[in-house]
Design a protein around this ligand. Structure first.
Ligand SMILES: Nc1ncnc2c1ncn2[C@@H]1O[C@H](COP(=O)(O)OP(=O)(O)O)[C@@H](O)[C@H]1O
Ligand SMILES: [Mg+2]
Length: 284
């Protein structure tokens, strides 16, 4: 049952892509609640339906059937202006950054504020604030091609947060980054969640990424939700074979200690199980 803090509610949400010669069932009767203020991870292999599911939230993809409620509104029943208002509450960050290469960093971040018709003075102040928040103040007048991947993603995050959205959607935002930079970007997302209370829905195909930052994890396989739980539950007692495989790759990764200590902080109740896992990983 959904409670009043449920910010996103999938109920049998289904997407069928109708191509010329065939139909693709991309998301099959997804039922899922995302609570306000949490970092929610969707994990699964390529083609599992993750991107389609997340793109339903801001209606980049319409549902074929089922129901989806976001911020109390049935997204299938919105008119043009209601949809625009809803989208203003939802920021999105992408794997390949999607920055305007011909605009400076400051102009990239300013763009959504222009669309939202903020005054020039307010825009300037907000851009300065965001640049400071993501630690990029010294790069305001630089162009995206001059930045590293991690820096580009910081700008992408700043731009997505410009209008103070309540929800941030992140689709494979660390997949193009090296492990060190991945941790930096994940820490930044964590800061976004903690300091601004933004609910984050993030997609990844890497279990270490999901368990480092997510409170809850949903596992998708072949268009379906196959497992759901807190990050610690998923990590300590995976049930579905796909989840088991994901956890195995995460514990074998070089950041597994960081993940496990993060899980202990967030789930002291599961500390003994996580401790056992740590020992298992290190053969002690
Ligand atoms: N625009 C589209 N048109 C047709 N098929 C699509 C489209 N987008 C995704 N698909 C198909 O839907 C399925 C789920 O894709 P996607 O949601 O992108 O999965 P994931 O993000 O988990 O890799 C895949 O079989 C993919 O080929
Ligand atoms: Mg995808």
């Amino acid at each position: 049952m959904a409670n009043e803090e449920t910010i996103i509610q999938f109920r049998g949400a289904t997407k069928v892509y109708k191509l010329r010669k065939k139909e693709v069932l991309a998301v099959d009767k997804l039922t899922l609640d995302v609570e306000k203020g949490e970092v929610f991870g969707i994990i699964g292999y390529s083609g599992a339906g993750k991107s389609t599911a997340i793109r339903m939230i801001n209606q980049l993809e319409a549902l074929t059937s089922g129901k989806l409620t976001v911020l109390g509104q049935d997204v299938g029943r919105l008119n043009e202006s209601q949809l625009k208002a809803l989208r203003a509450e939802i920021g999105m960050v992408f794997q390949l950054f999607n920055l305007f290469n011909a605009k400076t960093i400051a102009k990239n971040i300013e763009f959504p504020l222009k669309l939202a018709k903020w005054t020039p003075e307010k825009r300037k102040a907000r851009v300065a604030e965001l640049l400071d928040f993501v630690g990029m103040s010294d790069k305001a007048n630089v162009y995206p091609p001059e930045l590293s991947g991690g820096q580009k993603q910081r700008v992408g995050i700043a731009r997505a947060l410009a209008t103070n959205p309540k929800i941030l959607l992140a689709d494979e935002v660390t997949s193009a980054l090296d492990p060190e930079t991945t941790i930096d970007v994940l820490n930044l997302l964590k800061k976004v969640n903690k300091e601004f209370g933004v609910t984050i829905v993030m997609i990844t195909h890497a279990m270490n990424v999901a368990s480092y930052i997510c409170d809850k994890i949903a596992v998708m396989d072949d268009a379906k939700l196959v497992e759901f739980g807190t990050a610690a539950e998923i990590f300590t007692a995976p049930k579905h074979p796909t989840t088991v495989r994901f956890v195995k790759t995460a514990t074998e990764s070089d950041v597994s200690d960081k993940i496990l200590s993060e899980l202990v902080v967030r789930h002291p109740d599961l500390a003994p199980e996580i401790d056992d896992l740590f020992k298992e990983v290190h053969n002690v």
